[in-house]
Design a protein around this ligand. Sequence first.
Ligand code: ADP
Length: 194
Amino acid sequence: MRVGLTGGIGSGKSTVSTMLARKGAGIVDADEIARRIVEPGSPVLARLAEEFGEDIVLADGSLNRQLLADRAFADERSTRHLNEITHPAIREIAEAEISAAEAAYPIAVYEMPLLVETGQVSLVDIVVVVDAPEEVQVQRAVDRGLNEADVRRRMEQQASRADRSSAADHMIDNGTTLESTQAQVDALWSEWTS
Ligand code: ADP
């Protein structure tokens, strides 16, 4: 079985994914794939440099992430261009890795922040949305060291809680304690594996 795990920034996706991994799930992390496809010398990095300026590539060939983020998240059009370059590459690798995880683990979990936005729900059998009130999301992301204005801008560009919940087969309420979240994960795992 393939489970898609999504939610807004700071909602608690990584937290839930760690809980699922401890239960025995195989995790495919879209953010990790997104970092891999822009490694020095990669075709995706070359396309990004064409689109956003050669100076986003540092002298050692690596990506200047902050500069790319500043340019790519400046307006909707730039964000769309970023997504058009990166999302197909992420999707291709994710498809292969989800298949491999499905073969090796009882359940494959695809952790993808933009699962709903990018139409990648078709890669999974079940969609699980991690949910927390917006102010809790912002506070947690800021506590983790992110810039508040960046977090709010990202949230505006991500699906609304309503859009995400309408795509969900299961919602995990991560608005309170980790114990409560763990109990919900335990219940889902029992349901899936019984
Ligand atoms: P996401 O992956 O969705 O961006 P994270 O799982 O990284 O979110 O959670 C954001 C931050 O909030 C992390 O520092 C995490 O430890 C913390 N956090 C997550 N869930 C809870 C919770 N229920 N109670 C307190 N802190 C939490």
